[in-house]
Design a protein around this ligand. Structure first.
Ligand code: NAD
Length: 282
């Protein structure tokens, strides 16, 4: 299939790899050339490791790598059958992209958003063919995490929901369908989890390291809440909390934390900036 991924950041580059590994041709689009170059070196690094570990041959590596075509042009995506959008968590940005896509792509193309929390119904409103706009929410890191949420917007057709479920299964993922609602399933559950961890830190009860150690060593989590925020990107995590809070009409349990807000203001966004709750400069 001809798939395109819009946004070559943390999620987009991983989603492109997931699709290419399953034999799809992928157009990876980003407005920022340096992000595309960074994504290409990330892909090389992961694929080289696959060769070293004997998971794929050198020629398979080349085939996968060559099947991902970087581009800065939205018009190049016109012939794609499936488009997965993974740009920052902002409604205005996503709405504009889906408006453009619904004009550029064929009426049969499935247009999917990797949004963590924004209403699919609102993203799709006013686009041509709202029935083919759905959420397909991967988790970080996309090549590793099996779960994907398939989100049904108010006007998404059931036939298209089933097509996306099948596409996700073919990618080797475990799809869970749900109706459109702020934060869907996982991010709704996760908001109070992050918030309470940040409240514990803000009340000086324990440090990020202590909280993470409790959750990993005794709680059985793969990562604690602070290491995970650094991996996700504190800006992305904060934007998701803000969006869920706003769309639940400011219910207190979803209220964003000032600690996260300050980290974003300071540009300490986690691994991608070399520092967040932990230091990654080395
Ligand atoms: N980071 C996570 O852990 C995570 C997990 C699941 C879902 N998500 C969701 O995935 C989406 C992307 O998150 P991310 O962490 O990959 O963000 P990111 O900031 O790492 O990457 C976003 C990319 O989008 C590009 N971009 C911005 N405007 C664009 C445009 N108009 N056209 C094309 N590219 C554009 C940027 O240059 C950037 O490279 C968000 O909606 C986020 O909520 C993130």
């Amino acid at each position: 299939m001809l798939v395109s991924v819009i946004g070559a950041g943390t999620m987009g580059s991983g989603i492109a790899l997931v699709c290419a590994r399953k034999g799809h041709q992928v157009k990876l689009m980003d407005t920022n050339q340096s992000v595309l170059e960074k994504a290409q070196s990330f892909l090389q690094k992961i694929l080289n490791r696959d060769v070293e570990k004997g998971r794929i041959s050198e020629s398979e590596k080349e085939k996968i790598y060559q099947s991902i075509l970087p581009t800065q042009s939205m018009e190049q995506l016109a012939d794609c059958e499936i488009v997965i959008e993974a740009v920052p968590e902002r409604l205005d940005l996503k709405k504009k992209i889906f408006q453009d896509l619904s004009n550029i792509c064929s009426e049969k193309a499935l247009l999917l958003s990797n949004t963590s929390s924004i209403s699919i119904t609102e993203i799709a409103a006013g686009c041509k063919g709202e029935e083919r706009i759905l959420g397909l929410h991967f988790f970080n890191p996309a090549p590793v995490m099996p779960l994907v949420e398939v989100i049904r917007g108010m006007k998404s057709s059931e036939e298209n929901v089933q097509k996306v479920v099948q596409f996700a299964k073919d990618l080797g993922k475990v799809p869970v369908t749900c109706n459109d609602s702020p934060g869907f399933i996982v991010n709704r559950i996760a908001r109070p989890y992050y918030n309470e961890s940040l409240n514990i830190l803000g009340s000086r009860i324990a440090t990020p390291k202590q909280i993470d150690e409790i959750m990993t060593k005794a709680g059985g989590f793969r990562m604690g809440p602070f290491a995970l925020q650094d991996l996700i990107g504190i800006d992305i995590n904060f934007a998701t909390t803000e969006s869920v809070y706003t769309n639940f009409f400011h219910e207190g349990r979803f209220k964003p934390s000032r600690i996260q807000q300050r980290m974003v203001q300071a540009g300490r966004l986690g691994r991608k900036t070399g520092g967040g709750f932990y230091d990654y400069s080395k």
